[in-house]
Design a protein around this ligand. Structure first.
Ligand code: DAK
Length: 263
């Protein structure tokens, strides 16, 4: 398949990679092929020595991702494959969340249903001021199937998540910022992408193994009670302490020079 026909593009450019869901005619809706290609590029990102993190955005100006592909969903419904489809999508989104490199969702417009669920599986979320985010599934007689009922309450709290899931009404960028659903809001897409690249370059200047271990601690601790979660943290802290990377980081501080971390 030529690069032009692809629905998900990966640009590897030094430490900051960019993943673009590129199906602008369907507002970047997630059909099975898009999910397959997303899985491929996440694996490429994980394997890349050069890329230290990624921006994930939607092609064009109008949408990040306007949800699962409703035309395809209609077919899946007829064939009774809803559960398999949900599992498949959940696994691919989980592969993003489980990456030991940060991914910033750059929400350039609509992030609805599966689109918001995709953003929720990323490590950080930035948005443009025109973004509209929500989980409209109940209006279709469905419920979120790509992790929305689970990740949204963990991020914004159960009360706010319940309201968003049950009404199906989208919220604007200012409201998303207020409730902590997105980290930052920008006037336009270019400004947002530049800010996300800057954040990723900052992170790329830190100890690469420390970044991986920090992401692992945040991820593995999220679903445990505090006592267990602190055990996880102590274990990973021990790994960081035993790594030559922390030897270099601490020595550099004491010697008043920048650290020379190895990838
Ligand atoms: N799927 C397929 N095509 C879509 C689409 C979608 N989700 N959203 C938009 N499009 C297509 C439109 O059909 C239209 O194509 P043409 O008719 O020109 O061929 C084109 O994109 C432009 O859209 P509009 O003409 O509608 O543009 P507007 O500016 O008027 O409206 C809109 C923009 C975002 C408000 C509107 O397009 C819209 O409401 N779109 C649908 C949003 C939505 O309800 N998304 C689905 C959420 S539910 C599950 C797993 C996951 C999920 C569910 C189950 N299982 C495994 C069972 C997740 C479900 C969802 O994501």
């Amino acid at each position: 398949m030529s690069a032009d026909e692809r629905r998900v593009r990966l640009e590897l450019d030094g430490p900051v990679a960019t993943i673009t869901i590129d199906r602008e005619k369907a507002l970047n809706a997630l059909d099975a092929r898009t999910i397959d290609e997303l899985e491929e590029v996440v694996a490429q990102l994980a394997a890349s020595r050069e890329a230290r993190g990624a921006i994930l955005t939607g092609g064009g100006e109008k949408a990040f991702v306007a949800g699962a592909d409703l035309k395809q969903l209609a077919e899946v419904r007829r064939q009774g494959g809803g559960r398999d489809l949900a599992r498949r999508g959940q696994a691919v989104l989980r592969s993003i969340e489980a990456l030991r490199k940060p991914v910033i969702a750059c929400v350039n417009g609509f992030a609805l249903g599966g689109g918001l669920e995709l953003a929720l599986a990323c490590h950080l979320r930035y948005a443009t001021s025109r973004a509209k985010v929500g989980l409209p599934e109940v209006g279709l007689g469905l419920i979120p199937g790509y992790g929305g009922t689970q990740r949204l309450p963990r991020l914004v709290g159960r009360g706010l998540a319940t309201e968003l899931v049950l009404t199906g009404d989208p919220i604007d960028a200012a409201e998303a910022l207020r409730i902590g659903l997105v980290n930052r809001v920008f006037e336009g897409k270019a400004e947002m992408l530049e800010a996300a690249a800057k954040t990723l370059r900052t992170i790329a200047g830190r100890g690469p193994r420390a970044i991986g271990l920090a992401l692992e601690a945040l991820d593995r601790g999220a679903d445990r009670d505090l006592r267990d979660a602190l055990e996880v943290e102590a274990d990973l802290f021990g790994q960081a302490c035993n790594d030559e990377e922390s030897g270099e980081g601490v020595a550099a501080f004491l010697e008043k020079r920048p650290p020379a971390f190895k990838v």
